[in-house]
Design a protein around this ligand. Structure first.
Ligand SMILES: [Zn+2]
Length: 1010
């Protein structure tokens, strides 16, 4: 008992010491900021013109006038556009000084404020690396705080990434309304977040904004409407010539100052009551603010002076501050903070009928292109890095190549914005993202072609090849040449699909050996054929294949090659209303892993038996749709953001046709779903490819499914529903940013239960019972849910329109008439087997081999010298993934002091990229304890692993975005209610050792010098 008393006493003491007495003066940190969406309603160009350039012009001018003023800069895409194209020399000089003195602070430092629900960690890391690289190169500064105030829900992966990037604190805002209420009442809006259960040392202090979020109160009774925004609201398309904007607030004068002060002080006191320390973070700003900073500060200065002059009476002091000033004060309070585990804040609702779960599936096509661009970028980065190291004097111009890569890095970064990849932008902004992505992808295609066309060994072979390429079609000589590149640091055996125009072909590899292949009529077109061939590729290796359109297919050629000509079997159209009895006529499709049964009574999947365990699971797949309401007067609506169905889902079709094409490489099952019984064209389809593994090392567990969905009827949201006999009790698992799996138990709400049980799936989702797990991995983000026992449904597409004036005004009703063609890979097995497979499958889905058809070389194929062979492979152990391998476009010395000296000396660092320094990241795919073998820490020798690349001379460990030397990185520690786990001693120091140990879920970042 006594011990307990002492404990309680100590606990009470330590808390009250920091929780300053109730009557103490509240210290208010007024943080001026402008929320500048990189997209959303207006394009980047429109925003630059209307307000964004003026934000930095006027903020620089106003901060220079008064030492007390502050500003935080967030989205680096806008800042860099201003810096490179608008800022005068005077502005630049002033701004450098402001940054140096800490009066202007960069927070987050990424190109954008990325979305947290539907982005992949590759892209989150990329967009921060680009922003951080620019800031460090230009100013020698490294952001240390986040400001994730607008993303729609918060992922548990973000705090891990920010901790790895060296951040000291994290700010989020949009979390469930009822949860935020409770956290305000209980004063636990601040905590230390341990976002990964395996990486306990990467904790970060987290501040959840209170109910006022990142804007200040705007409806003030005595002012005309705009509150503390004296500059009014931004005007599009042009800023007004006379400087008079709509909704400018009443100026602060002798007459109004007291009313303003009283409103501000009341608001500060209201907020202070929700926090444990006497410090209040008072964000001063909102969307598109501070384009006319002089009006802003001219009014706020006297208001703040007035409050400070009367602070004794008002109980409040106010000061302009940066985010670091606020967090320093909280940190110094030395309180004991609760620790939050790896639960995320997804999904997110603002009211019971406003579940922000629709955007997980909005603009499926943009989501798909964004991910494809990211994959292409990874492939090109690895290939170019290898080329630079292996052939430093090779003919592909390095600056030209790097420019192509940079354009794609920035396009992929841009679309990660929280109104970008989310699909919550206006149609013209969606077009802008798409344009930037496709232009940059075309540029990188050129780069890939230039690199692929080089012979493997430049010293002994100097043939000149035509540098252009075409992507499809048949060569005049009835030969087609194809390059296949494996962008993964693992050996893979893949089935490659090439579209060809002639049905008879034989395939040879670069050793002249025949390659097993199969040809069949394409599902998409009557004029083309799908050629499947088995490609065996080492890690980071590319190989050339030649497709010869001579000789008869379907029979062995003289040299032992063969191409199997597959013919389909069609099954009659089945109507759903005839489904009185099912399961009588089952048709098996077999491979080494599965016996897949198809039901001829329905033309649907019936069951899958997982052969190694002889376990049969009933599985049916078909399309269902939710109906949304288009009239706001009739009830809640669905839009770009929100999902609010007006009932349960209904079947989206009346009839199904099926065709099965048995093959020796793959067997293809084609199912076509007709909206009405008599329709000529199908509305949805599923193409399932079952690998037959014949004569190859292709794994048998991966069922590849590609869907065709759309155009949809207006106000429908279509899901692929997979109903199984698994008893999962509606518990689902889906990933946070492709980094970690989150358990999603079904929750019942008074209203809107369907929508509030939707979760984002970036790369993977699964359901399971004690015996079996069904996993799907995805090529783009979707919404997922388990609405009834054994069910996994994926929302694939949405088309909506409603008459809410706000939606109409901003064109955010999502009338998306496109056809979406997403791909999922499905795997079924014991929990252990599926768990072992799914991480790697998700990575392989993201980084499928790059296939590029090229012109025939001018020199005959077989004249290339033998012995040059394919390039040596680079292979990591199965639980380690080569997350990045690239040559950074930003130039800075690894030595911080040296870098600062060069900046002080006024050196222009932009032109001197270090092409011998490679940024390399390795990710351990498994959680602690997840698998008896694969969860173990792994030690590799970097020199050995990269030997195929070149001679490694030194390795330096860096922070996640490359800007800190890891051994110089000192993050703040926070006292928590949990004892700290001991920091692992596993760093590489200097050049003495090339041995690196990677622990479960670790991401380790290095500069590797060759
Ligand atoms: Zn925003």
């Amino acid at each position: 008992m006594k011990v307990l008393v002492v404990f309680v006493y100590l606990f009470g003491f330590c808390c009250s010491s920091g929780q300053a007495a109730k009557n103490a003066t509240i210290q208010t940190f007024v943080i001026p900021h402008s929320h500048m969406d990189v997209g959303w309603v207006y394009t980047v160009q429109e925003s630059m013109h209307a307000y964004a350039a003026n934000v930095y012009n006027s903020v620089t001018e106003e901060l220079s006038k008064d030492k007390g003023r502050r500003f935080i800069s967030v989205e680096q895409e806008f800042f860099r556009l201003w810096w490179d194209h608008v800022a005068s020399d005077w502005h630049k000089k002033q701004l450098r000084q402001l940054v140096k003195e800490g009066r202007l602070e960069f927070v987050i430092g990424g190109q954008v404020m990325h979305d947290e629900a539907v982005t992949d960690l590759n892209d989150d890391i990329l967009q921060m690396t680009e922003g951080h690289g620019f800031l460090y190169q230009t100013f020698g500064v490294r952001p240390r705080f986040s400001w994730h105030v607008d993303p729609f829900g918060a992922s548990a992966t973000t705090p891990v990434l920010f901790a790895l990037a060296g951040f000291d604190a994290h700010v989020v805002s949009r979390i469930d309304y009822d949860l935020k209420d409770a956290m305000q009442k209980n004063k636990n809006l601040q905590f230390v977040w341990s976002g990964s259960p395996s990486l306990k040392q990467q904790q970060i202090f987290t501040h959840v904004m209170d109910q006022f979020s990142y804007c200040t109160p705007s409806q003030l009774p005595f002012s005309n409407s705009s509150g503390f925004y004296w500059n009014g609201v931004a005007l599009f398309p042009d800023p007004p010539k006379d400087g008079v904007y709509p909704n400018m607030s009443l100026p602060v004068t002798k007459e109004t100052v007291h009313a303003y002060a009283q409103t501000m002080v009341d608001n500060i006191k209201q907020r202070a009551a929700w926090f444990r320390t006497n410090h209040v973070l008072w964000p001063w700003g909102c969307d598109k603010q501070f384009y006319n900073s002089s009006v802003q500060f001219r009014n706020m200065d006297p208001l703040m002076n007035y409050i400070n002059q009367n602070s004794a009476e008002l109980g409040v002091t106010v000061q302009y501050a940066t985010l670091s000033q606020y967090f320093q004060a909280v940190h110094q309070s030395d309180l004991l903070w609760d620790v939050r585990g790896n639960q995320d804040f997804l999904p997110y609702s603002t009211e019971s009928y406003q579940a922000w779960t629709g955007f997980y599936a909005s603009r499926n096509v943009l989501k798909g292109v964004a991910r494809r661009a990211s994959s292409q970028l990874h492939a090109a980065e690895t290939l170019f890095a290898r080329y630079r190291i292996s052939f430093p004097d090779g003919p592909v111009a390095k600056d030209w190549a790097l420019d192509k890569l940079k354009a794609l890095r920035w396009a992929v970064s841009e679309v990660q914005h929280h109104d970008g990849i989310t699909g919550t932008e206006s149609p013209k902004v969606a077009e802008m993202y798409m344009d930037h992505l496709t232009q940059a992808m075309m540029g990188v295609d050129e780069l890939l072609a230039a690199l692929f066309l080089l012979p493997h060994n430049l010293d002994i072979h100097s043939a000149t090849y035509r540098s252009h390429h075409h992507t499809a079609g048949v060569d005049e000589d009835l030969e087609q040449h194809v390059i296949v590149y494996n962008p993964l640091a693992w050996n893979v055996t893949s089935i490659i699909n090439v579209t060809v125009a002639i049905a008879m072909a034989t395939v040879y590899d670069d050793d002249g050996q025949p390659v097993p292949s199969q040809i069949q009529r394409s599902a998409q077109s009557n004029l083309t054929f799908d050629l499947f061939m088995v490609a065996e590729l080492g890690g980071l290796q590319h190989r050339k294949y030649v497709i010869k359109f001579t000789g008869k297919a379907g029979s062995a050629t003289a040299d032992g090659g063969w191409t199997y000509e597959a013919e389909g079997v069609r099954f009659d159209r089945r109507r759903t209303r005839d489904r009185t009895r099912t399961g009588r006529r089952l048709l098996p499709v077999l491979n080494e892993c599965y016996k897949i049964m198809l039901d001829q009574d329905t033309n649907l999947l019936h069951s899958i038996t997982y052969l190694p365990d002889k376990r049969r699971v009933r599985i049916t797949q078909d399309f269902w749709q939710y109906h949304a309401n288009g009239d706001v007067k009739a009830g809640p609506i669905s839009d770009n953001y929100m999902f609010s169905p007006n009932g349960s889902a209904v079947k989206a079709y009346e009839a199904v046709e099926m065709e099965i094409i048995p093959g020796k490489i793959i067997t293809e099952i084609r199912q076509y779903f007709y909206r009405s019984e008599g329709d000529k064209d199908y509305a949805y389809s599923i193409i399932t490819r079952v690998p037959e593994c014949y004569g190859s090392r292709v794994g048998c567990h991966r069922l590849e499914q590609t869907y065709s969905v759309g155009p949809l009827d207006v106000n429908t949201e279509v899901v692929l529903r997979t109903r199984t006999s698994l008893t999962n009790n509606r518990t689902l698992y889906s990933d946070d940013n492709g980094y970690q799996m989150m358990k999603r138990p079904f929750r019942t709400f008074r209203n809107n239960t369907v929508a509030r049980n939707y979760f984002p799936m970036v790369r993977a989702a699964f359901i399971q019972d004690d015996l079996s797990r069904l996993v799907v991995v995805s090529d783009r983000a979707h919404g997922v849910s388990s609405q009834s026992n054994g069910q996994l449904e994926v929302m694939l597409h949405r088309r909506l329109w409603n008459n809410l004036p706000w939606n109409l005004g901003y064109n955010l009703t999502l009338n998306d008439s496109s056809v979406a063609t997403p791909t999922l890979w499905m795997m079924l097995g014991s929990v252990e087997t599926a768990s072992r497979l799914h991480h790697r499958e998700a990575v392989e889905m993201q980084h499928r081999p790059v296939v590029m058809a090229i012109d025939q070389p001018q020199k005959p194929w077989n004249l290339e010298p033998r012995g040059a062979g394919p390039v040596p492979s680079v292979v990591l152990p199965p639980n380690l993934h080569l997350l990045s391998l690239s040559i950074p476009g930003w130039n800075y010395s690894s030595d911080h002091e040296r870098h600062l000296r060069r900046l002080d000396a006024g050196e222009d660092l932009r032109s001197e990229v270090n092409y011998n320094r490679v940024l390399l990241r390795i990710l351990h795919l498994f959680e602690d304890g997840e698998d008896p073998e694969l969860s173990k820490p792994v030690t590799i020798d970097m020199k050995e692993v990269l030997r195929g690349f070149g001679e490694v001379t030194s390795v330096e460990e860096r922070s996640l975005t490359g800007t800190w030397a890891l051994d110089r990185l000192q993050r703040w520690t926070w006292n928590t209610t949990q004892t700290r786990t001991e920091r692992r001693r596993c760093r590489t120091r200097g050049t003495q050792t090339f041995s690196v140990t990677v622990w479960p879920k670790q991401i380790r970042t290095f500069f590797v010098h060759f």
